[in-house]
Design a protein around this ligand. Sequence first.
Ligand code: BGC
Length: 365
Amino acid sequence: MTAMASSALAADAQRTSFGKLNDGTPIEKVTLTNDHGMSVSIMTLGAAVHTLKVPDRKGHIDDVVLGYDTPAEYLADPQYFGASVGRFANRIAKGKFTLDGKTYQLDVNDGPNSLHGGADGFDKRVWKIDSVKSGPIASVTMSYDSPDGQEGYPGDLHVTATYSLGKENTLKIVYKATTDKPTIVNISNHSYWNLSGAQATVGAMHDILTLNASHFTPIDSTLIPTGKIESVEGTPFDFRKPTRIGLRVRDGSSEQIRYAHGYDHNFVIDGQVGKVRQMARLEDPKSGRVLEIWSDAPGLQFYSGNFLDGTMLGKGQHLYREGDAVVFEPQLFPDAPNHPNFPSATLNPGQTYSNTIEFKFSTEK
Ligand code: BGC
């Protein structure tokens, strides 16, 4: 009998060791478990989701997120498996932006651009565990203090990530940040989903996707938004009706698909920004698992795992290949600081940045 069942709580949080980095730094993980078959482990390295287990239509429980068996492997990894990405999720053109008349140069780690906060972004940092709670809702809050100038960003930034799980099979993540100088912030979660199971022999391209987005932001050949906001109508980016991802992921007649080697685009989510609303629904016909993504952010980056190239040995010595998993990152638009027509990424002292994300699991017959 688990501690959870004996105490009759809906959800339980357990803090355990998760080994060490090569330099000896200890890494911990916190596992949240409910009594509906769902559990999720979050590690202090990158405040990253390491494991997320949910039942399929027959009640069989599988881990549905990609990752590594040991924390050390994450440090060499350019894939950001499960991580809390920041200070600025996605790309900033040439790693440059101007704020209050001053130009800042960020670490450039993706061709000519800065990606996910630079080479040593939040995903490579060890976060502190602030609180661990069991109860009707189990939760863990982790925090990270990013000093002024880190990776080129201004301001001392205090960041928290709270993961919670109640009796519903919903993982809720709330990111918050405050600063002592004007700066820019965009934090999201970078979990890779294979609803058939992270070690399944079948990838995510057969999954059926619905995106509540009438518009998207086209990119240039370095995956930076051009600044235009275009209708999805008549393009491979129209997922307003449930559509198999694989149907158009190889549509080479689309320059946009060619630039990204598939999908790697920001979708402008319909409805009210600032209100948690449904952004996406992913259904795996094989297992029957369904994942809904909800958030109050303006955009959703949908990445079809195009750069999983068979060189990563994941959990259980499983090789990850192109399209094995998909990533949905609710966030501000990529390169927002360089596009005045995009929602602002500026955070001033006295303000609190916040991004609420919900991953809701269910099954279909
Ligand atoms: C980006 C991809 C990038 C990947 C890194 C995604 O969020 O959109 O372009 O390759 O992260 O794993």
